[in-house]
Ligand binder design. Structure first.
Ligand SMILES: Nc1ncnc2c1ncn2[C@@H]1O[C@H](COP(=O)(O)OP(=O)(O)OP(=O)(O)O)[C@@H](O)[C@H]1O
Length: 232
């Protein structure tokens, strides 16, 4: 199994009160899957993504990626894991405002070992003609394409996307989902999208539903919808 979570918990102590952001989460993901993690606000999605991404540690339980328990890694190994194994896509793109599209992508490739060719990635996300533009000169959808290119250019095995269409209108959101699917199929990346948008679940070949820090459903879709088939 490529990714497995076993009994993951994450507890925060807020004064007298204990908040259980994750409360015994188990799941397995195979390499190459297109996974949608669906849950309402506060269900623990971001906490889970941060743990899978090596940015946070669980309170208990384990998370295993490619046979390595990442929650037992030393800081140095965890840094390597974040650099080489995972790429991140955020809701609000998180681009460097003073760097062009190309420079934003270059910056990410400088910290990794097996970076992909930047021109190839720019054309994969259909942004060749905008490569010298700054984020402020691009639409939200274009900025998200740069952010996806930046994540993919590192050539990670896993692409973790936190509400990637959350700040976009419907049409642009669909085109971003199409791009993520293309990255999944053509670049053979395992893609994990977290969202509160139930419509997006239709295009996942695996859907993991979270509620109150627990997995309430985990199923595979034999015939996932194309991004054009989802509606919200
Ligand atoms: N650093 C923290 N300190 C205290 N409580 C936290 C912290 N981070 C998250 N929580 C709590 O843990 C629970 C899960 O939060 P999380 O952000 O993972 O949910 P989410 O599903 O991503 O929500 P949203 O869609 O609103 O971002 C919430 O009740 C939240 O208030």
């Amino acid at each position: 199994m490529f990714i497995s979570a076993n009994g993951l918990t994450k507890t925060y102590q807020m004064g007298e009160v204990e908040v259980h952001a994750l409360n015994g989460v188990d799941f397995e993901i195979e390499e190459g899957e297109f996974v949608v993690v669906l849950g309402p606000s506060g269900s623990g999605k971001s906490t889970l993504l941060n743990i899978v991404g090596g940015m946070d540690l669980p309170t208990s339980g384990e998370i295993i990626v490619d046979n390595i328990k990442i929650n037992s890694m030393k800081d140095k190994e965890l840094t390597k894991y974040r650099r080489h194994t995972v790429g991140f896509v955020f809701q609000f793109y998180n681009l460097m405002a003073n760097l062009t599209a190309r420079e934003n992508i270059e910056l990410a490739t400088e910290i990794t070992e097996n970076a992909l060719d930047i021109d190839e990635i720019l054309s994969a996300v259909d942004l060749n003609s905008r490569s010298d533009h700054f984020p402020s000169q691009m639409s939200g959808g274009e900025q998200q394409r740069v952010a996806i290119a930046r994540a993919v250019a590192k050539n990670p095995r896993i692409l973790l996307c936190d509400e990637p269409t959350g700040a976009l209108d419907f049409e642009t959101g669909v085109s971003i989902l199409e791009l993520l699917l293309k990255i999944n199929k053509e670049y053979k990346k395992t893609v994990v999208i977290i969202t509160h948008n139930a419509s997006i679940a239709g295009m996942g070949n695996r859907v993991i539903k979270l509620r109150n820090g627990k997995v309430i459903e985990n199923y595979t879709n034999e015939n996932p919808l194309s991004p054009r088939g989802v509606d919200w």
